[in-house]
Design a protein around this ligand. Structure first.
Ligand SMILES: [Fe+2]
Length: 385
């Protein structure tokens, strides 16, 4: 099999690196910057650092603070229309996954004809897009490092991805100081999402020595720091570790795709309004239970990372199975209850979830264990108790 490893062009990182954004815009030859963020972050004033840096470099900018939690064709269109009206020649995504995914999809629509729906799928974007600078304010989605923009289908509520090499950011800025204000529950669920990215990429069929290196480091950093970041948001070293972990995992899964946990999680009805990272966390133990026998050697390594121990003297299957409990322990420590039933998912929802999850080919194709609708339905039913 032949593989490729794709990456963003540049990563600027470290405490205070947000001040570099103006210089990076100039280095890209851009003259008018369009900042995309969401209303919550704008209310916190997180965009001020970006604006100050742009102003210091005499770069005119426009702040679009209407990125939606669940970006869709309509919200992307209005973002792209505003950017065109402003004559932006660079787009700066500032925020969590939703703001970053909005900026990426808007970059497509600024450079290519509407509607955005024609670009869903793999490599459907016909050419280069407006350059993108991504500045994550959560440590979880890894969207800054990937070529993926996940949008919600207006009609069905299903999550669909635009995956294109043209969506890689020209510059990523990783500044842990912009993540210190994240509330504990957001720190927990986005951090677990980062771990799940690294794990699903690590155990998946498309894993390579390159992605293994990225994902192993990502998992180690999360295991070491997520509890510290959860109980003490001001712990800048823990925040920095989580931000690096999220980016490393994004770099990893962006080159392999995820697996069954994401397939199920993105198939839960959006009407329940359960955040992405939260869904990944509550589904993770059942996803591990389903998968571990398909790749016990790698799940054994994941278990050791989660448990911070070396059990290489033990039988590999036993070690791999212990990954389920290791995940449950992590969730207990983060005050997250695993499973779907405690969070409003009903028996009647399971058929649809299983059907959509099995159809998520991009994700299921990378899963170490093949999964059809009936198998996923059985798994979901077993974990409704
Ligand atoms: Fe995710």
């Amino acid at each position: 099999m032949i593989y490729t490893l794709n990456a963003v062009k540049k990563v600027v990182h470290g405490a205070g690196s947000i001040k570099e954004v103006g210089k990076q815009v100039l280095a890209l030859g851009a003259k008018r910057a369009f900042i995309v963020t969401d209303p919550g972050l704008a209310a916190l004033g997180l965009h001020k650092g970006v604006e100050e840096s742009l102003a210091a470099s005499d770069i005119p900018f426009f702040l679009f603070d209407k990125a939606e939690l669940e970006p869709n064709a309509t919200s992307i269109q209005s973002c792209a229309d505003k950017a065109k009206e402003f004559k932006a020649d660079i787009i700066i995504g500032l925020g969590g996954g939703s703001a970053l995914d909005t900026s990426k999809a808007a970059a497509v629509l600024i450079s290519h004809p509407a509607p955005i729906t024609q670009y869903f799928g793999l490599q459907m974007v016909p050419g280069p897009c407006l350059p993108i600078i991504s500045i994550p304010t959560t440590a979880g989605t890894g969207s800054e490092m990937t070529s993926i923009s996940v949008l919600t289908n207006n009609e069905t509520g299903a999550k669909l991805g635009i995956v294109s090499d043209y969506l890689y950011s020209s510059v990523v800025i990783l500044d842990p100081t912009v993540t210190t204000g994240l509330p504990p529950h957001v720190t927990a669920m986005t951090g677990v999402d980062a771990f799940v990215h690294a794990m699903e990429s690590f155990v998946g069929k498309a894993a390579t020595p390159f992605t293994d290196a990225l994902n192993l480091q990502a998992m180690k950093l999360v295991a070491k720091s997520i509890r510290k970041a959860y109980v003490n948001g001001g712990d800048i070293q823990a925040r920095e570790n989580m931000l690096y972990a999220s980016a490393l995992a994004g770099f990893g899964f962006g080159n392999t795709q995820n697996g069954i946990i994401h397939a199920i999680g993105t198939s839960v009805p959006s009407a329940l309004k359960l955040p992405h990272g939260f869904l990944m966390a509550v589904i993770a133990p059942m996803g591990v239970a389903f998968n571990y026998m398909a790749n016990p050697e790698k799940y054994a390594i994941v278990a050791d990372i989660l448990n911070d121990c070396d059990t290489s003297h033990m039988p590999v299957l036993e070690r791999a199975e212990s990954c389920i409990d290791a995940f449950e322990t992590l969730l207990v420590d983060l005050d997250i209850i695993s499973g779907l039933a405690p969070h409003g998912v009903k028996e009647a929802d399971l058929e649809g979830i299983a059907e959509r999850a099995a159809a998520a080919k991009r994700l299921i194709d990378n899963n170490p264990r093949p999964a059809n609708k009936n198998q996923i339905l059985k798994l979901l039913k077993e974990h409704m108790a």
